[in-house]
Design a protein around this ligand. Structure first.
Ligand SMILES: NC(=O)c1ccc[n+]([C@@H]2O[C@H](COP(=O)([O-])OP(=O)(O)OC[C@H]3O[C@@H](n4cnc5c(N)ncnc54)[C@H](O)[C@@H]3O)[C@@H](O)[C@H]2O)c1
Length: 415
């Protein structure tokens, strides 16, 4: 585990201090005065060094104490796409934030942007650690006083999960268990969990409501559902306040252009539709591959519910504010409107101004035909409604960032 933020005053390197020898001098001589001054200065310096080295006199890191009026949120996966946007919103709302990320998929550049925006002590610290490492996770909770956890960190590609399912069960299910254990051990009171509509699979009846039966059809959805089940079972005997947010398909980026979505180039193959559209529009790929045109939908392509990341992080803040001890709230976070891949591609062409070449290919394993939400529960209970529902506008905002960040965050994102 590597803590990028020096949260405590580091002990000074031990410098041996010698007062030096002093020759006997006549007290009445002028030199005696110089000697006394030297001795006093040396003793003062010694005291200062001892005070600085004394842990009991060092001010504790603001992240390691609970401060009245300050809510300290651990954002796992905060270097990633959604986690970084959530961190920005939390910091703007005066929360104290610790990001934990192993940078396997996220970007140090996003953390740097956030640190530059909020450089004041006690606002944001970044801890480089892997949530699969039990000792590191325990140490993070031991050394920091969190009021809440927003657990975003995960591998999150349906296609990849069908190729490497064990990675998904490990990274999603097992790591959530470790986070939850540490939260319980150190008395962290609130959990906001990033779940997904993939836990529902392909229900017969649309739109999806929260009590629609969960029958995930790919390892990604199954791993998230297992994590949800662990959280439920734990909650039955716990006072923890839990909110499970099941996101639909997330698009867009910070309207002020500070953050964006910058997935790894090697993940392009598994990537999400907006990234694939932008890559095609920038000429990074030769065109867009639409997989599946024979689904039982009006135009034969898949239907999804696209939720803007700004709306999504707003749902998180509302969930955090309204979470109640001993209760689990489950909410769909979507617009309630399904849009086909063809519609999406047309919106992307308009937003980018590029006539993207589209190749139509056979279906991808693990995909489902039609998924869209009924968000009335979250509208009603958390007073949340999606505001950014114009697909083309959301894509325009994201495209603006993409165009000005051709190289993503432009710096090495792995350590
Ligand atoms: N993007 C979507 O459309 C979508 C939809 C539904 C749910 N979700 C969920 O939202 C969350 C965030 O997704 P995202 O799109 O921002 O993905 P992302 O890949 O951009 O971010 C995930 C972050 O988690 C970090 N991470 C992964 N494994 C880690 C580990 N073991 N230890 C520490 N850090 C680790 C990555 O480095 C990355 O920064 C995920 O839980 C995902 O399942 C996303």
């Amino acid at each position: 585990m590597l803590n990028f933020n020096r949260t405590r005053s580091q002990p000074r390197s031990t410098r041996s201090m010698s007062l030096g020898g002093m020759d006997y001098v006549d007290p009445k001589r002028k030199g005696n005065f110089v000697g006394k001054v030297f001795l006093a200065a040396a003793l003062t310096a010694l005291c200062i060094i001892m005070i600085k080295r004394s842990p009991s006199l060092n001010p504790p890191s603001p992240f390691s104490i609970r401060e009245p009026g300050v809510t300290h949120v651990l954002v796992t996966g905060g270097a990633g796409y959604i986690g970084s946007h959530a961190t920005l919103r939390l910091l703007r709302e005066n929360y104290r934030v610790t990001i934990v990320d192993n940078l396997s998929r996220g970007n140090l550049g996003a953390v740097r942007v956030l640190q530059e925006l909020f450089p004041e002590p006690g606002r944001l610290q970044f801890i480089y650690a892997d949530l699969g490492d039990k000792e590191s996770v325990n140490k993070i909770f031991l050394e920091n006083k969190f009021d809440a956890v927003m657990h975003f960190a995960a591998v999150a590609y349906v296609g990849e999960s069908t190729l490497d399912p064990l990675k998904y069960y490990h990274n999603i299910t097992s790591n959530t268990l470790l986070v939850l254990e540490s939260m319980a051990k150190y008395g962290v009171k609130t959990l906001i969990y990033s779940s997904t509509c993939a836990t529902y699979g392909e229900p017969e009846k649309m739109p999806i409501i929260e009590i629609t039966e969960q029958k995930p059809i790919n390892p990604y959805g199954k791993a998230k559902k297992m994590a949800e089940d662990i959280i439920f079972d734990f909650s039955k005997n716990s006072k923890m306040a839990v909110m499970i947010l099941r996101y639909f398909n997330v698009i867009g980026s910070d309207p002020e252009g500070r953050l964006g979505e910058a997935p790894r180039p090697e993940l392009r193959e598994h990537g999400r539709i907006s990234g694939a559209c932008f890559d095609a529009a920038r000429g990074i790929t030769t065109g867009l591959k639409v997989r599946g045109t024979d689904y039982k939908t009006p135009d034969g392509t898949c239907i999804r519910d696209y939720i803007d990341v700004t709306d999504l992080v707003d749902a998180h803040v509302k969930a955090l504010e309204k979470a109640q001890p001993g209760k689990v709230g489950i909410y769909n976070v979507g617009t309630g409107k399904g849009r086909s891949v063809k519609e999406f591609v047309n919106a992307c062409k308009k937003a980018t101004g590029v006539d993207i070449k589209v190749d139509y290919l056979p279906r991808r394993p693990g995909d489902y035909a039609e998924v869209y939400s009924d968000p009335s529960k979250i509208n009603r209970e958390l007073n949340w409604t999606a505001q950014y529902t114009d697909l083309e506008k959301s894509l325009q905002v994201a495209w603006k960032w993409q165009k000005s960040h051709r190289n993503g965050y432009g710096i090495l994102s792995a350590i």
